[in-house]
Design a protein around this ligand. Structure first.
Ligand code: HBI
Length: 364
């Protein structure tokens, strides 16, 4: 039976404006979650830092200083908040407008939203978009899910298992708008792709090394988050043919990604999910990926791509030589069956319905 329409307030990542690429994959996740729920008759308002843009639904921009990226706080046992913090200001807005909504969906990977969960009059659902990075966040995840069961979701079981409260987290998978991606049966010329924030934890140097060894061009898509790291890669692999394409819109990305013979995913950390993998599948592009985190649940070894031991560049090169074994249509078919907005929207709606209908906090 169709649930009654709910009013959702989405709080975006406080590290950067929506559309800037600073938030990496979580920008796509947030906008697809909004699309999935709007398609089912619900309303969504997005709250995001000043300078944000979206074509999906109503957007409220909040001023303030961006949050320090959690990747720079690995192992931290303290929480840092800048003065006039955009995170604080986003939550002041949420507190003041909570009576107009049925549920808040938080996309920040931060301590404050987790801590505030039992303080508001409406349920808060959290999307934890990265694996465990610091004890201070892990501990607040454990405390929050203790106080508010079912409030916290991750993409994959592999990501959940990096947290001490892993068995208490909802495994929600991911979905993309398949209609935005054109299937390409046969690319025009052989070329490799790499998609992600250019930052050490993403291991771009291994993809550059494989490109140099195979002589295939490597097209790189994503925000250059660490200039020094990027310059070093170009110095270390002078013979690699690297084409930096920038952080593109979904439409521009899929048009170029579809023309690639494979997507290389070389994470040096426990990849929470890997949006790029399902975007590649949507275009019919096989994925050659390190056996890391969520990717081990997405890539079907030898069917929709290859799984390679983390750091094994020779393994990447061997997989590249075997790409003709992969049927590109199988990649698209797996995507449609498991990662469509309809499948994901159904899971999200059930999750929120449960939180709203069984909320422990009495409405005011
Ligand atoms: N760091 N503190 C903080 N908060 C976030 O929401 C955050 C982050 N680092 C990276 C990030 N979000 C996104 O790029 C990932 O969630 C994908």
């Amino acid at each position: 039976m169709q649930n009654k329409p709910y009013r959702f307030l989405f709080l975006s990542t406080p590290v950067g404006a929506l559309g800037s690429g600073v938030g990496g994959g979580v920008e796509l996740t947030l906008q697809n979650a909004a699309k999935a729920l709007i398609a089912r008759g619900h309303t969504v308002e997005i709250v995001a830092p000043e300078g944000s843009q979206t074509s999906v639904t109503k957007l409220t921009q909040i001023a303030g200083n961006p949050q320090i990226s959690a990747q720079t706080q690995v192992g931290a046992d303290v929480v840092l908040l800048p003065q006039d913090s955009v995170l604080e200001n986003m939550w002041s807005y949420a507190r003041a407008s909570q009576s107009q909504f049925d549920l808040i969906f938080n996309f920040a990977y931060d301590w404050l939203p987790l801590y505030l969960t039992p303080f508001l009059q409406i349920p808060i659902a959290h999307w934890i978009s990265m694996s465990s990075l610091s004890p201070v966040i892990d501990e607040m995840i454990s405390k929050t899910v203790e106080l508010c069961p079912h409030a916290i979701a991750v993409n994959t079981r592999a990501c959940a298992d990096t947290f001490s409260a892993g068995d208490r987290l909802m495994i929600m998978g991911k979905g993309i708008d398949v209609s935005q991606y054109q299937f390409v049966a046969q690319p025009d010329t052989p070329k490799l792709a790499w998609v992600g924030r250019i930052s050490p934890e993403k291991g771009l140097e291994d993809a550059a090394s494989a490109a140099q060894s195979t002589g295939l061009p490597l097209h790189i898509f994503g925000l250059i988050q660490d200039q020094v790291y990027w310059q070093q890669i170009q110095k270390d692999f002078p013979k690699a043919e690297l084409h930096y394409e920038g952080f593109l819109s979904t439409d521009a990305l899929q048009r170029k990604l579809g023309q690639c013979t494979a997507l290389l995913m070389t994470p040096r950390w426990v990849e929470a999910f890997g949006n790029a993998a399902i975007e590649a599948f949507a275009c019919g592009v096989p994925v050659i990926s390190y056996r890391s985190g969520g990717l081990t649940e997405i890539v079907r070894d030898r069917q929709t791509g290859f799984l390679v031991d983390m750091g094994d560049v020779d393994g990447l090169i061997l997989a590249i030589s075997q790409l003709d074994k992969i049927n590109r249509l199988a990649c698209r078919q797996q995507l449609e069956a498991e990662y469509s907005l309809e499948v994901w929207g159904d899971r999200l709606e059930k999750w929120f319905n449960n939180l709203i209908e069984n909320q422990l906090i009495p409405p005011e």
